[in-house]
Design a protein around this ligand. Sequence first.
Ligand code: RNT
Ligand code: ZN
Length: 417
Amino acid sequence: MTIKENFELAKQAYAKWGVDVEEVVEKLKSVPISIHCWQGDDVAGFEVNQNELSGGIDVTGNYPGKATNAEELRSDLEKALSLIPGKHRVNLHAIYAETNGEVVERDQLEPKHFENWVKWAMENGLGLDYNPTLFSHPKADDGLTLSHPNEEIREFWINHCIGSRKIGEYFGRELGTPALTNIWIPDGYKDIPSDRLTPRKRLKESLDKIFAVETDKKYNLDAVESKVFGIGSESYVVGSHEFYLNYAMKNDKLCLLDTGHYHPTETVSNKISSMLLFSEKLALHVSRPVRWDSDHVVILDDELKEIALEIVRNDALDRVIIGLDFFDASINRVAAWTIGTRNMIKALLYAMLVPNEYLKQLQEEGNFTERLALMEEFKTYPFGAIWDYYCEKMGVPVRESWLEEVKAYEQEVLLKR
Ligand code: RNT
Ligand code: ZN
């Protein structure tokens, strides 16, 4: 049977439940995923004076072939993008600036340092997102940045964040699609603090200064990302969930929820509906924590499907900005991007193929038997046939055939670095 024949059969199975598969496929095309550039080089970046990765995050593995400059990274991203169906976005960090061999301090970065990225994004029909980098830097060595007791250090990072929002605005203006500029800081303490309030007060003041500078919402959207703990900040994180949730609500900013930044039994899927009741937009870093915030490659697990279901059931495909955040250096990095991103798209497709309206109705009627029965049966509906058809239609390799292309790229490009 051909992919098309399989698809036609599967389509009938879904049509029985009122799911219009053709419509779903059309809709899926328009959902962008923001692909994080930092999987391609183990969060190293290309600063002239490179610092070791810090901030309580860690990349393990030494798989050969990582990108060592922006051209290589763009080439690797292009390869991955050619294996992923749909039009997407690329998420940059300040450490990926191109400064022509010149040392440019982070608070001095300007749009011009990202001209090549913008030109490349234009040529490839991509949107860009951005992040100031408040780690891997001598001024972050104390484990404190925007909440540091030293005013000079705080000023440095405040200026870096202000400059970053201007770079995000520049991306948005040039590319005609707003950039999400996301602030994440590692600030916290290894051991039990004697004062939880003062650092949080300082973080609040720093953020107020950062956001006092206006950027155009048509081009730049501001987000803040919370965390529960990191390596070296096990006992206390200044920018906790409650901190940023309140800050974002009060100041009309977006909350960014990273799936690895909550207690192990706490799920992001269960937060989405509550967040959307109170804010227009929400951002995600979809990751996979294994026992800790380990940033493993995203797999098609139950929580990923549940996140996708929540986005779809809340009719929020244009309100939830989906970004990825994982970094695995123990496998081929182009494959890591491909696997994780394809899984995110697969999860969305899976969620869109569930008869969500009917299931909602069953719940309202109190018919929990049928609700559970159908939800379970739908897990084995022929969703793979629709996915294969989608890949074929979008001109990307079907099933595991993409791996051959990655292997060839590894031989021809990655292993020669
Ligand atoms: C760290 C945060 C943050 C980083 C990236 C590199 O725990 O998740 O988003 O992973 O900015
Ligand atoms: Zn994150």
